[in-house]
Write a protein that binds this ligand. Structure first.
Ligand code: GLU
Length: 276
């Protein structure tokens, strides 16, 4: 059986021990399976991504003993791919324009009665004349996936959506996410769309990533179905916690691989610190 996995960091800060755990878990799994390991730079958010962070990602990973296939795919160089995927959803009317601001959405959620919060994420396309007026006025909009339309398009297949993770077969519940944004106002795609697209492009058979992204699988399998992409298996791993018991964030400088490396730690020390 072929085995392809990946590590897909965003160059918006330095990698920390949590990233090391993810990257090494995926790399080790590929080695053990005699499979492939792909590195992908998820830099669609050009406002937050920095070339210097990307350069340090390469240094950190090589230092850890990880090797990857070249060329590395940098998502910002392939925006047309994600636009194409979005376009196919637009043509099938599975997405709608959402002009609401973050503030308006937050207000709608806050004012929703208990239990209806998720519903508040769901909108509908606004009447065509209103939409035309907003477009004419140059108002920015995001594209949201319409769960209602997705359900109608897939019929019983929507409810039969399953995926496999480390716990076994899981029934997918994309409704947990509401109508998610697939193309953001500011950069025309989203993590979900670009990541699902690229996993398929790379022939990823096993998505290995942290538990914090467990919920995302429920949506990703729906996108795979709608875009007719193959479905990988999922493996979610534990998160590495900081001394305060909270999961590490990019702002935790003490745990960055760069700091550890420059402070004289070895890759074996890092493995030891994260229990690998
Ligand atoms: N770019 C995402 C991150 O850094 C990766 C998510 C994924 O592995 O799908 O969190």
């Amino acid at each position: 059986m072929s085995f392809v996995t990946r590590f897909a960091p965003s160059p918006t800060g330095y990698l920390h021990l949590g990233h090391a755990f993810s990257a090494l878990t995926a790399f080790d799994a590929a080695q053990t399976a005699g499979g492939r390991f792909v590195l992908r730079i998820e830099d669609i958010d050009q406002g937050r991504s920095r070339p210097e962070f990307e350069a340090v990602i390469f240094e950190d990973l090589a230092w850890l003993g990880i090797s990857w296939e070249e060329p590395v795919r940098r998502q910002s160089e392939h925006m047309a791919d994600y636009e194409g995927a979005l376009q196919s959803l637009i043509e099938r009317q599975l997405v709608y324009r959402c002009f609401r601001t973050r503030k308006e959405i937050a207000e709608a959620i806050a004012s929703a009665p208990h239990g209806e919060a998720e519903e508040a994420f769901r909108g509908e396309a606004i009447p065509p004349d209103e939409e035309a007026a907003k477009l004419k006025a140059g108002e920015a909009f995001a594209w949201r996936l319409s769960l209602k339309k997705a359900r109608a398009a897939l019929g019983p297949a929507y409810f039969a959506l399953m995926f496999e993770d480390e716990t076994g077969p899981v029934r997918a519940e994309p409704g947990r996410h509401g109508d998610v944004v697939l193309a953001r106002k500011d950069f025309g795609t989203s993590y979900h769309l670009a990541s699902v697209w690229d996993d398929a492009l790379h022939g990823v058979t096993h998505v290995i990533r942290g538990e914090d992204l467990r919920e995302a699988a429920h949506l990703h399998v729906l996108l795979q179905k709608l875009l007719e992409l193959p479905q990988p298996a999922y493996r979610h791993h534990r998160l590495i916690l900081g001394e305060d018991g909270k999961r590490l964030a990019k702002r935790d400088q003490a745990a960055t691989l760069k700091t550890l490396r420059e402070g004289g730690k070895t890759p074996a020390d890092v493995r030891g610190m994260i229990g690998l």
